[in-house]
Structure formats: C-alpha cells, structure tokens
Design a protein around this ligand. Structure first.
Ligand SMILES: Nc1nc2c(ncn2[C@@H]2O[C@H](COP(=O)(O)OP(=O)(O)O)[C@@H](O)[C@H]2O)c(=O)[nH]1
Ligand SMILES: [Mg+2]
Length: 196
C-alpha cells in the first residue's frame, strides 16, 4: 500500500480515551526492544512517527495513528522487560485485556518476535490472549538482516514449530533491507479487507 498520510491521533490507557472512529484497526505488539517502533515507521515510510527508544520498557501507553484516512494503527506497549515491577506488569495485562475486549474494530494483531530469539513465555501468553478473543495474528520476525538467507529459512522453520495451533507463516522483516515490507502490507490489507 502506498502511504499518503500518517498522523498521530492520541495516546490512551483506558477505553474512554480510545478514539471513537469507525475505521479498521491493526495493532502491533511484542517484547520491548523487539523493533516495533522501527517496524511501524518503516511501514509508514516515516523516520520517527512511532518513537524508537533506547530505553526499553518506557512506553506505557496505547498510541493510535491514522493511516491514509482509513486505517488505524495501534502501537501497544511492549512487554517482557526485566526491570518492570510486578505491579506494572499486572497493569499492563489489565490494559491489554481491556483493549482487546473493547476493540470491535480490531482486524488483526501483528505479533513481533526477534528472529534470533525463541518464543518467550510472554510471547506465548500474548498469543493465547489473542486466540481467546478470536483475534487473527500476523507473526513477524524482526531484525532478519542479522542472519544470512539460509540461516533465516532454518530459523523460520524452527519458530514455526513453536506456533503449532496458529496456522500462520511468520514473515521475516528487516528495517534496513526492506525485507518483508510488501508482504506485511499485503497481509495487513487482506486482514482489513481492502485491496490496494
Ligand atoms: N539490525 C536491525 N536492527 C533493528 C531492526 N529493527 C529495529 N532494530 C533496532 O532494535 C532496537 C530497538 O528498536 P525499537 O524500534 O526502538 O524497538 P521497540 O522497543 O520494540 O519499539 C533499535 O536499536 C533499532 O535500531 C532491524 O530490522 N534490523
Ligand atoms: Mg518502541
């Protein structure tokens, strides 16, 4: 999809702060530092709309962006950052449940995993929550430029084995090389039922 406009709408923590717009939503989630902000910026061909941060675990808000005046991108706060307290972790869990249970416009969630890492317990929990709410999952393997083509193919197969019940093939993605960019956009437009 050609992105002609992308703008920040607002940040929110609770449903009364979620934007009340009748457009399909695509959300992005993954552990802190997985490359989520970088991936969103790459999709939007922007340098810093979604902030990339050197301080993982800092974003505690749900950020909403309006794309081409017809899709809403939802940047969910990262998880699995070791220095976060139990209280904060619980708050994060509640916020996710609240968002997923209120979001009737949510068409799919893009779940990010670093291609070099195995699925963590938090990654698994996230996928279980999404399955519970019957929300389609799009799996993306970030930082795929860290591996050669052959290593990548091997890793994709290994990671697929951890996702037996999903029925999705993970998409390898790389910000510097642009690998996976078209495939991810196509998957997103399919999920929202828009053929551009
Ligand atoms: N090599 C490589 N590094 C990446 C890629 N995407 C993100 N990074 C780096 O990973 C770090 C975390 O990225 P960021 O987007 O802030 O992660 P977030 O915490 O998930 O939003 C930064 O240093 C990025 O430059 C990628 O595709 N390839
Ligand atoms: Mg970020």
């Amino acid at each position: 999809m050609k992105v002609s406009s992308s703008e920040f709408i607002k940040s929110a923590v609770k449903p009364d702060g979620f934007p009340d717009l009748e457009f399909p939503e695509i959300a992005f989630v993954g552990r802190s530092n997985v490359g989520k902000s970088s991936l969103i910026n790459k999709l939007l061909n922007r340098r810093a709309l979604a902030k990339t941060s050197s301080t993982p675990g800092k974003t505690r808000l749900i950020n909403f962006f309006f794309i081409n005046k017809k899709i809403i991108f939802v940047d969910l706060p990262g998880y699995g950052y070791a220095k976060v307290s139990k209280t904060e972790r619980n708050q994060w869990g509640k916020m996710m449940e609240t968002y997923f249970s209120h979001s009737n416009k949510l068409k799919a969630v893009v779940c990010l995993q670093d291609i070099r890492r195995d699925q963590s317990e938090s990654d698994r929990k996230m996928i279980d929550i999404l399955n519970h709410y019957n929300i389609p999952v799009i799996m993306v393997l970030t930082k795929s430029d860290k591996f050669s083509r052959n290593q990548r193919i091997k890793r994709i197969k290994e990671i697929e084995r951890d996702l037996p019940d999903l029925g999705v093939t993970p998409i390898p993605f790389s910000v510097p090389s642009g690998l996976g960019l078209d495939e991810l956009w196509n998957t997103i437009t399919d999920a929202i039922g828009c053929n551009e």
